[in-house]
Design a protein around this ligand. Structure first.
Ligand code: SF4
Ligand code: SF4
Length: 215
């Protein structure tokens, strides 16, 4: 689940300067669940643009805006999308990129959202960062708790000297990630793992852009 948050209206309007017509894309998957890019947010965005003098040519709420075939089909079958002076996308960055890849290169494609993190969905409307996509998972030796993600300092060998009464010195309302790792490994009888040194992440393993092609 990719978490997004809304950009300020003035930031979107700034990029639309000089344009008259705008088409909207939403995303019926992650962004809808985050309440940033579903039906209601498309209606709100259209109203905001109209209030500021823009003509909204229409809106496309796709099941997944990061799915190239869906976006391609929308451009083929909905002429309003290609006709607009600009497109505003209410989806994560991958959705914006997918729309940009299918649009005519002369058509500006603008993000309405900021993409923030990859989340665990605890329950509807409650999302917690679960993984930083580092490409070298260490959860086998940390009791399923990611120090790279859940420790604000990203310490792979912890805890730091700031832990106080089991709490984190940075996010003072959170229990220290390394205290939780210790507790979990203790229950599993695997405390010896804490004596193993974790080397720094090999950032060359994650040279961007990353890709996975299964055929
Ligand atoms: S170590 Fe943490 S950030 Fe890296 S893949 Fe595993 S859960 Fe994700
Ligand atoms: S107290 Fe624990 S979670 Fe907080 S920064 Fe230090 S090691 Fe990381």
């Amino acid at each position: 689940m990719i978490i997004t948050k809304k950009k300020a209206a003035q930031d979107i309007l700034k990029r639309l300067k000089g344009k008259k017509t705008v088409h909207l894309f939403g995303c019926g998957s992650c962004a809808e669940q985050c309440r940033t890019g579903g039906e209601r947010e498309l209606v709100e965005m259209a109203a905001m643009l109209r209030d500021n003098g823009y003509e909204v040519t229409g809106s496309s709420l796709l099941d997944e805006t990061c799915y190239n075939q869906l976006v391609r089909k929308e451009y083929r079958t909905n002429p309003a999308a290609g006709r607009a002076d600009a497109v505003v996308v209410l989806a994560c960055g991958a959705g914006v990129k997918t729309v940009a890849s299918n649009a005519d290169e002369t058509q500006p494609i603008l993000p309405a959202l900021d993409t923030t993190f990859l989340a665990v969905v605890e329950s509807q409307g409650r999302f917690f960062e679960g993984c930083s996509l580092c490409g070298e998972c260490v959860l086998d030796s940390t009791g399923g708790i990611c120090p790279h993600t859940e420790c604000p300092k990203g310490l792979l060998n912890g805890p730091c000297g700031g832990v106080a009464n089991g709490m984190c010195e940075v996010n003072t309302e959170n229990e220290c990630a390394w205290v939780r790792i210790y507790s979990r490994l203790k229950k599993q009888g695997r405390l010896a793992l804490l004596m193993e040194y974790s080397p720094p992440k090999d950032h060359s393993a994650g040279i961007r852009p990353r890709k996975l092609c299964l055929r």
